[in-house]
Design a protein around this ligand. Structure first.
Ligand code: FAD
Ligand code: SF4
Length: 527
């Protein structure tokens, strides 16, 4: 442990807390940082690692990345205390630290989790100190700017925010202030399915074999957290800056040119397709969003990638990523309590094992459990959609998404799950619920070809559970759906179904639910 003289002698400067998803010195070091006086403080706690019943890969990613960052700070001879404990929480460790050494000030870059902010504020105030929150310079839109953008608007829509951000950051904007290519979005070109022959050749993402440090963490997690879900056999995530830059370059060179075309497409057995798999590195702050955007824009300007692809990719980061973060801080803590459709069922046990006859779900869960990853459309239109159609309590769905993906951090996971996927907020984030029958999955993937169910059928043994539950959902939630303007078309189709068929669908949905809940598997332990 490296300590500077004033800390050894009891005279303290500032204590700067560095959380596990803030692994960038440019973000966490305050401009007035003085290595002779101040101390960086990190804490690795097994209690925190258990707080969410996380996928093993999520644990390895966070712990290994923290230890790499610890070594980087030490190599740069920055003063650091790296606290480690099996039985003390983050709060306990901070409490102990403050009791042993009273700093002048405690400084924290705004964390990615509202609960962590409350918990740390409580600890610090118990010591009659004030926790000084610094804005997180990783993000492109400050919370002050987001709040003034949001204030006075009747609705918060990503598309409006995205255009505002394009102008603010002058991204893909020409000299006279117009968007490149004369359009703000190329969605029409960016929603293709693969067709019967499938995706063809997909360049394999560059491998990130675990180094010695990561291998140690893998052994530790396999031993200490053996009851957690997921496997580590294929662990292949960037855990430091160098690996993250290599992953970014690999994506820009090999997959970005085709990213836009197929960003909504699915294909069984193909986990990555043309996606960037950069979310985890960005969320840990190993990559800055502006450098990712800059690399993509450069690829367009140099003729390496088409505008539609680059715009589609930039929209995800400059648009969605910044938008959900702004809304998170605007709407927490109330957001987590919302439940627009009044759903209360538990999440089926097989979400933790992947043991289901439904091919689209089996495939998405297989990727998830093997790697800690599924791409956006699998999360939104397969795992997320099914839990919505089934009527699972939003808090149960949220707990699963938080636990199971390597890139899960509250500010981005919660809005996507509760807002975009479950419509639990009644439309604060999304303009309408993402509801679809098996026909959508059939159009966008090949899963139905290998499935024992038929996406077109809503009655009978072969009826697709997505399709049955979709029509049943429209009937059960009709009153609430009628108040969503962009949903009118989908409700019109409902009126074409006879009352007799609707009764059959309702009976079918009931028996299907019973069957879905009768299969067993490990439950998330009650904690
Ligand atoms: P790509 O498809 O290559 O997209 C590029 C980047 O855009 C991503 O790396 C990500 O940083 C950003 N991005 C794309 N979509 C979104 C979005 N909707 N919100 C915010 N950023 C976005 N993303 C997370 O980072 N953490 C989560 O915990 C998370 N949970 C989700 C839960 C649900 C129910 C849904 C529907 C989406 C969730 N997302 C989450 C958003 C998105 O699915 C992932 O960012 C994406 O799949 C990550 O894979 P990728 O890096 O290959 O992304
Ligand atoms: Fe999924 Fe239904 Fe298609 Fe089977 S038939 S893969 S359950 S959408």
């Amino acid at each position: 442990m490296l300590t500077t003289l004033p800390w050894r002698s009891g005279m303290s400067g500032n204590l700067i807390i560095v959380l596990g998803d803030q692994l960038n010195p440019d973000v966490v070091l305050p401009p007035d940082f003085d290595a002779r006086r101040d101390m960086l403080w990190m804490a690795e706690s097994a209690v925190e690692a258990r707080r969410v019943w996380s996928h093993k890969a999520r644990l390895v990613l966070f712990i290994s990345a923290m230890r790499h960052f610890r070594d980087q700070l030490r190599a740069e001879r920055l003063p650091l205390i790296y606290a480690q404990s099996r039985d003390k929480s983050l709060e306990d460790l901070l409490d102990e630290q403050l009791a042993n050494h009273r700093p002048q000030r405690v400084i924290l870059t705004r964390p990615g989790d509202w609960h962590v902010l409350q918990a740390l504020q409580n600890v610090v105030s118990r010591h009659n100190l004030v926790l000084e929150i610094r804005e997180d310079a990783h993000f492109l839109c400050s919370l002050k700017d987001f709040t003034s953008w949001a204030e006075g608007r009747k609705q918060w829509r990503m598309e409006h925010f995205y255009r505002y951000m394009r102008r603010q950051t002058q991204t893909l904007i020409n000299a006279v202030g117009e968007p490149y290519g004369g359009q703000w979005n190329f969605d029409q070109q960016n929603r293709r399915a693969f067709g019967r022959n499938g995706p063809g050749f997909i360049p394999r993402p560059v491998a990130v074999p675990p180094d010695e440090l990561t291998q140690d963490v893998i052994s530790y997690v396999n031993q200490e957290f053996s009851d957690h879900p997921g496997s580590l056999d294929a662990f292949d995530w960037p855990v430091n800056r160098e690996q993250s830059i290599a992953a970014l370059q690999d994506f820009i060179e090999h997959r970005l040119p085709v990213f836009g075309d197929f960003q909504d497409a699915m294909w069984t057995g193909q986990t990555w397709l043309f996606h960037s798999r950069l979310s985890a590195a960005m969320n840990l702050h190993l990559l800055a969003p502006q450098e990712v955007i800059r690399a993509a824009v450069k690829a367009y300007e140099e003729g390496h990638a088409p505008l539609a692809s680059v715009e589609g990719f930039v929209r995800q980061i400059l648009g969605w990523r910044e938008f959900v973060r702004g809304l998170y801080w605007l709407k927490m803590p109330d957001w987590q309590e919302q439940n627009y459709f009044g759903h209360s069922r538990p999440l089926p046990d097989w979400y933790w094992t992947g043991e289901t006859e439904m091919e689209c779900l089996r495939d998405a869960l297989d990727s998830t459990l093997r790697t800690g990853y599924a791409h956006h459309i699998q999360r939104l239109m397969v795992t997320g959609l099914f839990s919505l159609l089934l009527g699972v309590a939003p808090s149960e769905v949220e707990a699963w998404f938080h636990a199971i993906y390597v890139d899960a951090v509250s500010w981005v996971e919660l809005p996507n799950t509760l807002g975009m996927s479950q419509f639990a907020d009644g439309g604060a984030l999304a303009s309408k619920p993402y509801l679809a029958s098996g026909a959508y999955i059939q159009r966008m993937s090949n899963a139905c070809e290998h499935c024992r169910f038929n996406p077109k059928q809503r009655i009978g043994d072969d009826a697709c559970p997505f399709t049955v539950l979709y029509w049943n959902f429209l009937v059960e939630q009709r009153l609430l759906l009628q108040s969503v303007p962009r949903f009118a078309m989908q409700l019109k189709n409902l009126d074409r179904i006879s009352a007799q068929e609707m009764r059959q669908i309702s009976l079918q949905a009931k028996s299907m639910r019973e069957r879905i809940y009768s299969s067993t598997g490990p439950r998330r332990p009650d904690r």
